[in-house]
Design a protein around this ligand. Structure first.
Ligand code: G3H
Length: 256
């Protein structure tokens, strides 16, 4: 299984800033093919980023893929403000982040909507990264594993046989954007649980499923986290906004 290091830029960077970032970042990862890299800019920058990546790939080897931060689950229609999988496919978007805690907690997305999006992503060949994770209150009440189990079982209903085409990101809500990451031990405990859960629901058909950790990952804590046996990569927010910091995190993963 190849590790995946993914950047979720959230609502950051204009088109100009995206192109400036890629100009600095891409040379550093040329010919770096042993780890999968994904960048998810805002929707408005996807087209420009796609063109820039395409041009780079004509001049050298890059294992950098584009991701979307969300999508709707139907092809087209009267859904003001939404983006469809067909629109993402046209831009060579290969990953989509679904069920991010900001979608769940700020915009009220529930498991059943997230599940519809996961199903559509799989059907249209866009690899979903299903995000799960508990709030601080849920952790303090000892509900971490039950919350994660519910989010995974509901989120993956109907796509159990396609598990190999799906990645999971464990992102404890209390660790996102706070500067307080889960300890390697805390991450490993939940990742081991997720691994056994997806083994069970996929009946063993999950050999390509990465379990990413997300939540205040940076160039200083990445090495200790990636050493854990069930941590298969990262979903990075804040630290991915700087190309040098994101590259440093990638190099920490390479060294394991
Ligand atoms: O998707 C990324 C996560 O929400 C982590 O964000 P963060 O690295 O800023 O904590």
């Amino acid at each position: 299984m190849r590790y995946l290091v993914a950047a979720n830029w959230k609502m950051n960077k204009t088109v100009g800033e995206t192109l400036e970032y890629l100009d600095r970042f891409l040379p550093s990862v040329k010919d770096l093919l042993s780890v999968d890299i994904m960048i998810a800019p805002p929707f408005t920058a996807l087209s420009s980023a796609s063109i820039r990546l395409d041009a780079a790939k004509k001049e050298g080897e890059y294992n950098v893929k584009l991701g979307a931060q969300n999508m709707y689950y139907v092809e087209k229609g009267a859904f003001t403000g939404e983006i469809s999988p067909v629109m993402l496919n046209e831009l060579d978007v290969e990953y989509v982040i679904l069920g991010h805690s900001e979608r769940r907690h700020i915009f009220g997305e529930k498991d059943d909507l997230i599940n519809k999006k996961v199903i559509t992503a799989v059907e249209t060949g866009i690899r979903p990264i299903l995000c799960v994770g508990e709030t601080l209150e849920e952790r303090e009440q000892g509900k971490t594993l039950s919350v994660v189990e519910r989010q995974i079982r509901n989120g993956l209903a109907g796509v159990e046989k396609d598990m190999a085409f799906i990645d999971i990101a464990y992102e404890p809500v209390w660790a996102i954007g706070t500067g307080v990451n889960a300890t390697p031990e805390q991450a490993q405990e939940v990742h081991r649980f997720i691994r056994s859960l997806i083994n069970e629901i996929s009946k063993g058909n999950d050999s390509n499923t990465r379990i990413l950790y997300g939540g205040s990952v940076n160039e200083k804590n990445a090495r200790d986290l990636i050493k854990e046996p069930n941590v298969d990569g990262f979903l990075v927010g804040t630290a991915s906004l700087d190309p040098e910091r994101f590259y440093k995190i990638i190099t920490e993963v390479l060294e394991v």
